[in-house]
Design a protein around this ligand. Structure first.
Ligand code: MOS
Length: 723
């Protein structure tokens, strides 16, 4: 840890809320108790496509303690459909469950049962007998009825064209042309999806663990036809979010039920139901054509991709926006297609575009290095650039190769044999692999209020979220630093829609956006403190400030206050803003069984100012582990006949446990970047998760000579090829 004075920016201060979290004093959503609350449970559709013909409620209503059963018949249009995030709204889908008898995917909400106890509600929900008019569903890629169409997106460019990639590819001496595939995955934050809604005449209070209190407030208000002022959303601690915790479609229904019944209603969604309540990372396919000249300089990149999506909403990631910007290349062409199926709408899951798209791109770079006979680090060095190949704008700062060099050194990359299948330890083939990490350094407007009390205590108020990342700690550190006060004088209040507006906690924007807002408010407060120096202080001094990022949409702070996640993108002003990193992985593959073990991973990252070295390292390390998980463990299995997920729990949905994780080293490279925002913060929430899956696959190739282009890598992939 760095030897900085306690409370200053950069110091690796332990979490201020650490003790509260490990003792249970920290109150998560469902820890809140509302006297007299009734309990809700969901019933979900068993079919993926069709409509409800009848719901026999007799057996359900016979369960003692059942208060009411809400279906499309008694809800209907009284809860208005939401507008999805990608269209400037607050929800995941424009389809509101219980709005009509239509079924769009398996696991859609078909009833909300409210009872005196959670057990009775669940029992009754299970006893509902639904009759459907069922149509054959389209489950996924290659299913009957699946058709690709060009993708359109308000947020990302689904087509890029620089130079002539096809001509350059045809003429190049070295090339790869390969197809890659990534599976469906689900976030599964440890804290289950839950909500408690309580009305006090016309005022609604909602305790829901969300990564967006204002968005949830606005979403409920809109769908129930209320003034947002009447709705308050509270979430002081959130047990993991990862993109899954925008407003669930059940939340307005629970608020509706609470109003109808005249009492508070609580809903805790089961782990199994959580798989279709919210969004997921959809499966993707890629074709990458990458070519180099005789010096190993890229001359052509074509990245074509296909994303699985729902029929109801236009969700698309278009991660080729970022793969196209990774290296110097004069000829680039990307095109994204979507394939609609009868599935829930996909959504954001940690480094949403980069996890699948970098797998394809960084595998292809490794394949090209092998084809040329060049070291994969050396190939990247020859194609490093300080200018974004798409926009032609310079990067505000870029330390991709310093990350590769630092990680390679720590890893011992020079011990790597040049050829695959050349390293062996007993019955295990040993391989070393690497891949690049990168993430757009976005930022958003944020408001903050800072109050200095006469006893020198300071209260920082900002409506952001603690999703497990250390928000309380870094915001307090920023205030202590700017006000030159001991950290224990600072109190931080967040997770409440009544607080000054902060953006949706997503896209790795929170630290940059919120710490800059805190710094501005504290600087203003310090000015007031200086002006009042000497005079006897009786009341508190209050300073409010709004951080407006340079290059952002001019009125973005007004949109943030209305819960619209308006982020200033990675290419703005005169620069392109990205964080970067490098992953190195040692893979062992058993010669007889094909079992893969990863005893060692090293990552090095450059992400501008690191506010807290300890929490930043934890975030990046979490990303490294999740990337390993994406490469070797995680996949949501689909029954292709019924379009239903098969492994809807943490027994069947594989994740790494401690025994799967060996030594992990996480190196933070110092980086100053005054252009990205005043504090120079780029964010680390998603960076560590990008590119790891490719590094693992590249290490497995180096161990075995077998190229795994489909994730997750399984023993059957490694046993099919001749030994
Ligand atoms: Mo994150 S996937 O941007 O919530």
């Amino acid at each position: 840890m760095s030897p900085l004075p306690p409370g200053t920016i950069g110091q690796g201060l332990p979490r201020l809320d650490g003790v509260a979290k490990v003792t249970g004093a920290a109150r998560y959503g469902d820890d809140h108790r509302v006297p007299g609350a009734a309990h809700a449970a969901l019933a979900l559709s068993t079919i993926a496509r069709g409509s409800i013909v009848a719901i026999d409620q007799a057996a359900a209503r016979a369960v003692p303690g059942v208060l009411e059963i809400f279906t499309h018949r008694n809800v209907g249009k009284r809860v208005k459909p939401g507008r999805p995030l990608l269209s400037g709204g607050y929800t995941n889908s424009r389809v509101q469950p219980l709005g009509s008898p239509q079924i769009h995917f398996a696991g859609q909400i078909v009833a909300l049962v409210v009872a005196e106890t959670a057990e009775a509600a669940r029992e009754a929900a299970d006893r509902l007998v639904l009759t459907y008019d069922e149509k054959a569903p389209t489950a996924g890629f290659d299913s009957p009825g699946a058709e690709a169409r060009p993708a359109k997106s308000m947020l990302a460019k689904t087509r890029l064209k620089v130079g002539d990639a096809d001509e350059a590819f045809a003429a190049a001496p070295h090339k790869v042309d390969a197809r890659y595939e990534t599976p469906a995955q689900h976030h599964n934050p440890m804290e289950l999806f839950q909500v408690i809604c309580a009305w006090d005449s016309d005022d609604l209070t909602v305790w829901e663990s969300t990564q967006h209190v204002i968005g949830t407030q606005r979403g409920i208000a809109k769908q129930l036809g209320l003034s947002p002022k009447r709705v308050r959303v509270i979430a002081p601690f959130v047990g993991g979010a990862f993109g899954a915790r925008n407003m669930p479609p059940s939340t307005p229904l629970v608020a509706f039920a609470a109003r109808a019944l005249g009492r508070p209603v609580r809903l805790v969604v089961t782990r199994q139901q959580g798989f279709t309540l919210m969004t997921f990372r959809a499966e993707t396919r890629h074709r990458v054509r990458l070519a180099a000249d005789r010096q190993g300089r890229f001359v052509a990149l074509r990245h074509d991709s296909w994303e699985l999506t729902s029929r109801t909403d236009n969700f698309v990631l278009a991660g080729s926006e970022n793969t196209a910007r990774l290296y110097a290349c004069p000829n680039i062409r990307t095109e994204v297609q979507v394939v609609e199926a009868d599935r829930q709408t996909p959504g954001f899951m940690r480094a949403p575009p980069e996890v699948p798209y970098f797998f394809a791109m960084e595998s292809a770079v490794d394949e090209l290095a092998h084809a040329i006979g060049l070291d994969p680090v050396e190939l990247r060095r020859r194609n490093d650039t300080l200018v974004d190949s798409v926009s032609r704008k310079p990067f505000s700062s870029r330390a991709l190769m310093p990350c590769f060099d630092a990680a390679a050194e720590a890893f011992g990359w020079r011990e790597r044999a040049a050829h695959p299948r050349a390293m062996r330890r007993g019955e295990w083939l040993v391989g070393f692999g690497c891949a690049a990490a990168a993430y757009p350094a976005q930022v958003a407007a944020a408001d903050c209020r800072a109050t200095l009390f006469p006893d020198d205590r300071v209260l920082i108020e900002i409506g952001t979220h603690e999703i497990g990342t250390g928000a309380y700690t870094i915001l307090a550190q920023t205030a202590a630093d700017r006000l030159a006060l001991p950290i224990d004088r600072i109190e931080v209040r967040l997770g409440d829609s009544r607080l000054p507006a902060a953006p949706l906690t997503a896209g790795s924007v929170s630290t940059a956006s919120n710490c800059n807002a805190v710094a501005l408010a504290c600087d203003r407060l310090a000015g007031k403190r200086a002006a009042a120096a000497g005079a006897p202080r009786t009341g508190p001094l209050v300073a409010e400030a709004t951080f407006k990022p340079r290059g952002a949409f001019p009125f973005s702070q007004f949109l943030i206050r209305r819960g619209i996640p308006m982020f200033a993108g990675a290419v703005r002003d005169k620069h392109a803003f990205f964080s970067s990193g490098a992953h190195f992985v040692e893979a062992h593959v058993h010669v007889d069984t094909g079992e893969v073990r990863v005893p060692r991973m090293v990552g090095a990252f450059a992400a501008g100012t690191i506010v807290n070295a300890r929490t930043a390292r934890s975030q990046l390390m979490g990303g490294q582990i999740w990337g390993l998980s994406a490469a070797l463990h995680e996949a949501t299995e689909l029954d292709r006949r019924t379009a239903r997920y098969v492994n809807r729990d943490l027994a069947g949905y594989h994740m790494p446990v401690h025994a799967d994780i060996g030594r992990i080293e996480t190196i933070l490279l110092p980086q100053r970047d005054e252009r990205v925002n005043p504090l120079g913060i780029k964010g680390v929430g998603e960076l560590g998760n990008t590119g790891v899956n490719a590094a693992v696959a590249n290490a497995v190739f180096h161990a075995t000579g077998i190229r795994c282009r489909t994730l997750p890598i399984r023993v059957e992939h490694l046993l099919q090829a001749p030994a």
